[in-house]
Design a protein around this ligand. Sequence first.
Ligand code: C2O
Ligand code: CU
Length: 657
Amino acid sequence: MTADRLMVLDLLTSVAAAAAWLGAGATAAARRPRAAAALFVAAVLASLTRIWSVVALAGAGWWFVQEKVTLALPLLLIASVAATALAGPRLVAAVRTRAAAPTAAPVVVVPLLAAGYAAVAGPVHALLLGYPATWSTGLVVTAVVAFAVLVTWRVIAAAPVPGLRVAVAAVTAIALVGVGLAVVPPTETTTTGDAAPAGSTALMAQHRTAQDTGHGVGHDTGQGRPVDGFRGPDTPAPGGAVRRFELTARTATITLASGKRVEAWTFDGQVPGPAITAAQGDLIEVRLRNADVSYGVTLHWHGYDVPAGEDGVPGLTQDAVMPGQEFTYRFRADQAGTYWYHTHEVSDEGVRKGLYGTLVVAPRSAAPAAPEDVDLALPVHTFTGTVVFGDQDRPIVRQAPPGTSVRLRLINTDNTPHRFTLSGVPYRLVAVDGDDLHEPGELARVGLRLPAGGRYDLAFTMPATGAVVLRADDRVVGVRLTPVDGAAGDGEDTSGWPELDLLGYGTPAPTAFTAAGPFDRRFTLVLDRGVSLAGGRPMYAHTVNGHAFPDIPTQLVADGDLIKLTVVNRGLETHPWHLHGHRVLVLSRDGRAPTGTPLWLDTFDVRPGEVWEVAFRAANPGLWMNHCHNLSHADMGMMLHLAYEGVTTPFHGAHSG
Ligand code: C2O
Ligand code: CU
């Protein structure tokens, strides 16, 4: 069974065990020995299944079972063994003799209910607190269970319970110790210990966050380097041109092709914003103004490894551009391929409402395109339920003569993945996240799952006959290309097509580094949900290692480090992970290395139960966001900073997204 199935099974069995134990206790109290005995047997079976599912899940990694092994199972085991020993024989006797009365005795009812409370603690901890169980959560949960048992005992017992006061006092003390541990975090999460670089005091003060050195050593970098000092050059590479753009953010009512009206936030009154194009080596200069987007705006160049001061993260690399203000971004178009830009201020709402556009850079070496070639940048976005390709919520219909070369650049600007299918022609997936794949093979009749924020470039030659149809999610026809006038049709039903696994596509090629490392730092991000008070904002957060932004320790790296990042998804939702300023090489997914092309990604979907290992070279000094690109998850805590030693921010440092 896969880890995600086991996670669900474990949740279901733990709920079933809790219900059966509680039911056994309640029916025993109600003097219904047969029902109580049946529920007792069910409870024992469910508890055993629970143990099996945890053992099986442990095979996917310790992260998936940590709180179960250290807390939930011990509680369940102790309580159910006690309940079996105390209540079991009496239930059996009651069923045999058909004597109802004995089952209502406290010695039967209390242990059964106690096992129920202990069983409830597991799923409650998993859902509310998530990963990891700490001494603090462990003590509080144990105290709450014990307290419930004492109250039950007091209520059910006819006579006074000896020692009850002492027991209540002890349980209260345990709970207080647990709460105390939560309020006063252990020292190692507030400092970096011996590895703390002396030059980072200012950084820590500004971030008000702990640091994680990823098992690497810190260096004294001496003076701090402010992040806004890392700016782009003001000249293109030799032979390159200067490409100037002006973008004005403003609110507008947009009318889509179908007539549907959308209250949007736009660049230049259009969605998507103006296309930014350049050739490799050009200097891109974009002057951003804000007319009336009251929260402020910035431009973040998604997947483009610009200097940190151009990265457009408000509060970290610049201040948000407020109405009436402006900011000019400047960077060299060094990476060819398909990218996009979007605001990073209240980005969940801002991007959803339309503050995004495409960035496409043609390779310097490319042979000039033939005029009849089709090259479409297609940001796919959902406006209140309507899927839009580019600026069209109706199919984009084109005629392209047989033999025309076509490139479709798919960009997922939504928060969740889209499944694309292309019918009517064999094609190749030639680039992912802007990076060319190695020897991509011909594809037909497959689904391509594109993570939120990610890009796929599809290339093919127009066939002599028949329509080529690009669909999203097997329903929405985005593009229909026909070789001859009048040829139409929506092609075939694509919903049954299997999904392409990118980790087995193309052929291997040498890479700048490999899974063998050696790595200077290793970081693990365990993604889950849990209640959080981070930033003084109570929420049911999307958490990383049990914390939500801004409480997640900043990952500290040094220039030149080779870094391994392990991302584990313990939750039931997909998390498209995105690191700013660097692209990462995929080392493995669920322990298996890619067998095809090297995959350099800036956004990778970590699905429920998955474990991804990726690596990157720290070669772009600055302060960077590292976050889930389901921007509503980021907004609910799932983001953190990655900082180069000694880099400081003059901005308030708290914001991010
Ligand atoms: Cu496209 Cu921080 O994001
Ligand atoms: Cu997420």
